[in-house]
Write a protein that binds this ligand. Structure first.
Ligand code: SIN
Ligand code: CO
Length: 365
């Protein structure tokens, strides 16, 4: 982290020895056809790029040529439990920085062209070989009118051929181009780059929902006017005073940040159990089997405050250690310590689909 994170690329040969069999070509193409998956088909012929957004159709994918295309599926961690496990192996970086795991398949020649991303990424080679060319170039000009961001003057400085299990880390803004040398699958663990403009806009929305400002404009002393088009000075003065009453403190900022960072993406929908167990049955099962966060859930904390999927949760001080452990490990082992109040909260989360009893957790592929 000290030498590479957000600073310079790092190639790790055999970062994950034996990696590759989790999803095969057909498995990925099937995911690309699902309507709950975000996918892209990128094609290139004679220097012209083409992008088709999913869901893809199996017939369309069958008709593709032998080479020079790639299918990319975003958020595979939400669709395949083993993919979530792989992504969580990067938990030496805070979950609040994590975005998702994207998987691509390409036959020979396929790729998305030379480009740069605004976020950090770990590119793990699954199947086959991919040639990565990378460069620290400052010239960020793009090919005009292309349907995806392609660098106009890509100048590679280093080239590596990655084999299954090899991994390449790239910091934000680092130019790269990955071309499949054979049938090839790449797994990208991507992080989030939060634009200041977005944080500010979302904070203003938070304020709008949480602000209460007293008072109504009044002007009992107003004089008759010969210039009704003119805005009276007294109006300006009162409006200014009202606007100055828009205030926020540290708690507002911390609450906003926790809710913002733990808010699931717009395309995430939870899957509440159809027939959730009654509380007493749940309490026994949870103690015996332990609990797991659903793979869509974000549980974060800051000091004594917790945030579950965008919602602020107040808890008693004695529950803090268990909840922190739950947030860090994303699971509680059988026999975890919890009184009835905490179990009631967990039961509520189970009914909302935010957590699962481990026995049921592997069903959602
Ligand atoms: C890919 O998997 O083909 C693209 C990954 C990237 O360059 O960001
Ligand atoms: Co990229």
């Amino acid at each position: 982290m000290k030498h590479y994170w957000q600073k310079k690329p790092l190639l790790v040969r055999q970062a994950i020895p034996g990696f590759g069999a989790m999803i095969d070509r057909q498995g990925l193409l099937d995911l690309a056809c699902r309507d709950d998956a975000e996918s892209r088909l990128v094609r290139q012929s004679r220097g012209r790029w083409q992008v088709e957004y999913g869901p893809q159709t199996l017939e369309g994918l069958k008709r593709l040529p032998k080479r020079d295309w790639t299918v990319l599926v975003q958020g595979v961690n939400l669709l395949v439990p083993e993919a979530d496990t792989l992504m969580r192996a990067f938990n030496f970086i805070p979950y609040a920085r994590l975005d998702d795991l994207m998987v691509s398949f390409a036959p020979t020649g396929g790729g998305v062209g030379p480009h740069f991303d605004s976020y950090d990424v770990f590119l793990i080679q699954g199947l086959g070989q991919r040639r990565w060319e990378i460069g620290a170039q400052q010239d960020k000009s793009l090919v005009p009118n292309a349907p995806l961001r392609i660098l106009k003057n890509f100048q590679p400085e280093e080239t590596w051929d990655l084999e299954p299990g090899d991994m390449l880390y790239l910091p934000p803004q680092y130019a790269h181009n990955g071309v499949a040398l054979t049938d090839c699958m790449t797994w990208s663990v991507g992080f989030r780059a939060y634009p200041a403009q977005d944080i500010a806009m979302q904070f203003l929305i938070y304020l709008q929902d949480n602000l209460e400002i007293e008072g109504v404009y009044s002007d009992p002393d107003i004089k008759p006017t010969r210039h009704p088009g003119k805005i009276p000075g007294t109006m300006l003065k009162q409006f200014k005073a009202m606007l100055r009453a828009i205030r926020w403190d540290r708690k507002d900022i911390e609450d906003f940040i926790g809710a913002y960072l733990s808010e699931p993406k717009q395309n995430v929908f939870f899957d509440p159990p159809e027939r959730p167990p009654a509380f007493t049955r749940f309490a026994t099962q949870a103690r015996q089997q332990g609990l797991q966060l659903d793979k869509r859930s974000n549980l974060l904390y800051r000091k004594k405050v917790f945030f579950m999927n965008g919602e602020h949760v107040e808890v008693a001080p004695e529950h803090i250690p268990t909840l922190r452990h739950f947030a860090d490990a994303r699971a509680l082992a059988p026999g975890f310590s919890a009184d009835e109040t905490l179990l009631l909260l967990f039961h509520e989360w189970l009914c909302a689909g935010y957590l699962v009893l481990p026995r049921n957790s592997r069903r959602a592929t």
